[in-house]
Design a protein around this ligand. Structure first.
Ligand SMILES: NC(=O)c1ccc[n+]([C@@H]2O[C@H](COP(=O)([O-])OP(=O)(O)OC[C@H]3O[C@@H](n4cnc5c(N)ncnc54)[C@H](O)[C@@H]3O)[C@@H](O)[C@H]2O)c1
Length: 390
């Protein structure tokens, strides 16, 4: 294979925009067989400080106007890392200009916007990857393989959650995440998008849900800086929070399996507890991102009569672990997951073939979230509906 060059355009130079950039850069080190030279061509952000940062990161040009980046002929692929209210316009514009994109979840404020993006992507035939980084945890990939091989037997129950404390302080500012026009839904779009995706990644489609949502901190101080993000506290006068802090859903998978999905962004105790428990007739597993490199596994009838869960440590052989560490139990990091995600995106761009974890999966997750929102107001079971392409 001859080396190929890919010009990157970045829309939004915040936490995720910076991480996308570092991840592209690390591809040569961890995925050398891609034989790709990444060029950081152009970045857009309305914040002067963030544009200065983009220059430091190595982008050849910076602008306030993201449309200039999409139109730049030197830009081959786009990273969409701006707030949720911009995803639809950015994703649709990238697709219409024939440029593959790597877009951050939830990829739109609601399922209708995700659907618009999905339609533009299908019409243009561009490949996409969505920021479902937890799919690429080596032990999560191991669990998926255990489920697929039947090693856990027939699944009998599933619990998935994402409990986070980033919004637990009442003085945490009313950033774009808490405003419906800018963020869309709250904990649902931000956290349930990951939980719904992981559940469907491991066990197939969710068919119906019954759910509740809660708003726990109804007012927050307005931000005083344009760079206010996830973890900024303090600020100006208070204003109302416009979306939910927590959601809980009983679910029925299309397979008939029952499950429970829960998210909270204002939970005190867990910091970034994204996890699941999956029970089967031959064994069970439980995993939590706060201990990303450990899995509890129970094998029915194992260990000569001794009972209990065993602690399994990540090792070469689990997913892409070997790309990062040479031996077992040398912990990988969150940023490493994004390098794997970047590799899936770039491989799919080079091969021209869509890969799992793209816009169709984002649409599937968005539809579960839409059903949860409908159920929370109707107080009844709601069908997730048609999962076929738009
Ligand atoms: N995959 C994950 O685990 C994960 C984690 C965090 C955030 N996210 C997602 O990433 C996206 C960005 O979140 P973040 O935490 O990086 O936010 P952030 O607030 O840190 O960064 C957003 C950036 O977008 C910029 N921006 C605002 N308007 C813009 C415009 N018109 N054009 C270009 N840039 C613009 C802001 O100035 C800011 O620099 C969100 O959709 C969020 O849900 C995903």
């Amino acid at each position: 294979m001859t080396r190929r060059s890919i010009g990157v355009g970045l829309l939004g130079v915040g936490w995720m925009g910076q991480l996308h950039t570092r991840s592209y850069r690390r591809l040569a080190e961890h995925f050398p067989e891609l034989e790709v030279d990444i060029r950081l061509v152009a970045a857009a952000d309305p914040s002067p400080a963030r544009r200065a940062l983009a220059t430091e990161l190595g982008y050849a040009s910076v602008t306030e106007d993201w449309r200039e980046v999409v139109a730049d002929p030197e830009v081959d692929v786009i990273s969409v890392a701006a707030p949720n209210y911009l995803h639809r316009d950015m994703g649709v514009a990238a697709a219409r200009s024939g440029k593959p994109f790597w877009g951050e979840k939830p990829l739109g404020r609601d399922a209708a916007e995700t659907e618009e993006i999905a339609r533009a992507v299908a019409e243009a035939g561009v490949v996409t990857t969505v920021g479902f980084n937890y799919r690429y945890v080596p032990l999560v990939e191991h669990v998926r393989a255990l489920v697929a091989s039947g090693a856990l037997g027939v699944p009998t129950g599933y619990r998935g959650w994402f409990l986070n404390d980033y919004a637990s302080r009442p003085d945490g500012v009313l950033s774009w995440r808490f405003r419906r026009a800018l963020g869309g839904s709250g904990a649902l779009g931000d956290l349930m998008s990951h939980v719904a995706d992981l559940a469907q990644f491991l066990l197939g489609p969710v068919a119906e849900v019954v759910a509740t949502t809660d708003l726990l901190i109804p007012e927050r101080p307005l931000p005083t800086s344009e760079d206010a993000g996830h973890f900024t506290v303090g600020g100006g006068p208070s204003a109302p929070v416009e979306n939910e802090d927590a959601a809980r859903a009983l679910v029925r998978f299309a397979s008939g399996l029952g499950g429970y999905l829960e998210v909270g962004r204002a939970v005190v105790g867990p910091h970034c507890s994204l996890g699941f428990e999956l029970y089967g007739t031959e064994g069970s597993v439980r995993w939590d991102f706060e201990r990303m490199n450990e899995l509890d596994r129970y094998v029915a009838g194992g260990a000569g009569g001794d009972v209990g869960f065993q602690r399994v440590l990540a090792r070469p052989g689990h997913g892409e672990y070997h790309r990062f560490q040479p031996g077992p139990a040398i912990s990988m990091s969150y940023d490493d997951l994004k390098v794997v995600e970047a590799s899936r995106f770039v491989a799919s761009v080079l091969g021209g073939e869509p890969a799992p974890g793209g816009v169709p999966d984002a649409l599937a997750a968005a539809r579960v979230i839409a059903a949860i929102e409908t159920s929370a107001s109707s107080r009844a079971w709601v069908s997730v509906g048609d999962r076929s392409a738009p």
